[in-house]
Design a protein around this ligand. Sequence first.
Ligand SMILES: [Zn+2]
Ligand SMILES: [Zn+2]
Ligand SMILES: [Zn+2]
Length: 152
Amino acid sequence: MEHFEEIHQEPGARAIRRDANIRVVFDSLGTRKDIVLDGKVITVAEDGSLDSATVSAAIFYHCKHPASDPMGSQCGELGCSNISCRACSVDCFCSVCLKPLCLEHLEQVETPEGIVKFCGRCKARFLRKQRWHSITRLILKPFVDFDGRESS
Ligand SMILES: [Zn+2]
Ligand SMILES: [Zn+2]
Ligand SMILES: [Zn+2]
């Protein structure tokens, strides 16, 4: 298996046993990705000694926290397989559709009510609605003012 090649081995030594701890993840399209977290190799060295080495891969979550931290959620944007640690996942989701997001796809929009977190689609929808809202307000404004003058 190709992933065993990723487990370090002294040059010239012959591996007689290799163990790999592999994490299998799927992106939102269902594509499988295997990540070697750590492994163990027992080798016979050139001088005949039996060597054993444990190898830990420096794997990090997309949020840059080490893979030894508890695993959080995978980004829900199409084709994105980024996984964040649990601590980062708590705050990374779309406030409209509740889709979990990675830091790359998390869209933050400043509104009068404060910062709102969106996924790409909900952000576009929100901005479109907001634009229409201000256009409608602009069109209605003369009437509103007129009405206001009339009543006073
Ligand atoms: Zn994190
Ligand atoms: Zn959303
Ligand atoms: Zn993402």
